[in-house]
Ligand binder design. Structure first.
Ligand SMILES: Cc1cc2nc3c(=O)[nH]c(=O)nc-3n(C[C@H](O)[C@H](O)[C@H](O)COP(=O)(O)O)c2cc1C
Length: 224
């Protein structure tokens, strides 16, 4: 059975379990929660983009106990862009996470670099193309994006749109955030890397996480 088919089956089973109110012995409780992965695409490990993605993930987790989260910080990792020959780099280490049968959502964050996504983000997205053939493994995965810039209007929304556009090629379901963050989360690094001081931005990250969680649960058939 292909991965995408088995994942769909899992989602259906999980949704049924939730609807009938199964608890301790449910599919979810047997360590098969719906997974939302956060990816920080800044070369600077643990800095503002990573903090924002973590805030989004924490908010997502708070939506429902059946959501599990995983944080992937690409800072310091070596990931080359797509090439015709096989590449052996750190992408191989993170690839299994995106092949997890219970993956339901992805939150991708990138710093704004000259009003574009970082080259690390572009490389990561290019390498994800391995999940497009022979089947679209990420189809119907909910995907939201965030961006951090040093300027209030530094191109964050453009970066978010670039990430959305790339993930549409997976037939992912693109989602924004709750009201006030409809496009996704936009953050302003105006306090020397202390992004928590950007209360509006952190709030938008939370709104993104909540919306991705809601969409992920919906796609898992829970609300039907
Ligand atoms: C090469 C480069 C280009 C940048 N271009 C922009 C930009 O176009 N707009 C902006 O708001 N900030 C820009 N910045 C600032 C970063 O987006 C900002 O510092 C961000 O918080 C970095 O994310 P990090 O803390 O996760 O590394 C740029 C930074 C670098 C290094």
């Amino acid at each position: 059975m292909s991965k995408s088919v088995s994942r769909r089956k899992f989602m259906q089973t999980a949704g049924t379990a939730a609807v009938v109110g199964m608890t301790s012995k449910s599919v979810f409780a047997s360590n098969k929660k719906t997974l939302i992965i956060g990816v920080s695409c800044s070369p600077r490990k643990g800095k503002t983009t990573a903090t924002a993605v973590k805030a989004a993930l924490n908010a997502a987790k708070g939506v429902n106990p059946n959501i599990a989260t995983e944080m992937i910080d690409l800072g310091g990792q070596s990931i080359a862009g797509w090439a015709p020959q096989q590449i052996l780099d750190d992408f191989e280490l993170i690839l299994p996470s995106f092949q997890a049968p219970n993956l339901g959502g992805i939150i991708i964050g990138s710093p704004a670099y000259f009003r574009n996504m970082s080259s690390l983000c572009a490389a990561f997205l290019e390498r994800l193309s391995v999940l497009r053939k022979p089947k679209l493994i990420l189809a119907n995965t909910s995907v939201g994006a965030l961006s951090v810039g040093a300027y209030r209007n530094g191109g964050q929304e453009l970066v978010i749109q670039q990430i959305h556009t790339a993930m549409l090629c997976h037939e992912a379901v693109i989602v924004g955030g709750k009201p006030g963050a409809f496009q996704g989360a936009t953050l302003w690094n105006s306090h020397k890397d202390n992004i928590l001081k950007d209360e509006f931005g952190i709030e938008s990250a939370k709104k993104l996480g909540i919306r991705v969680a809601e969409a992920t649960l919906r796609l898992a058939d829970i609300t039907k």
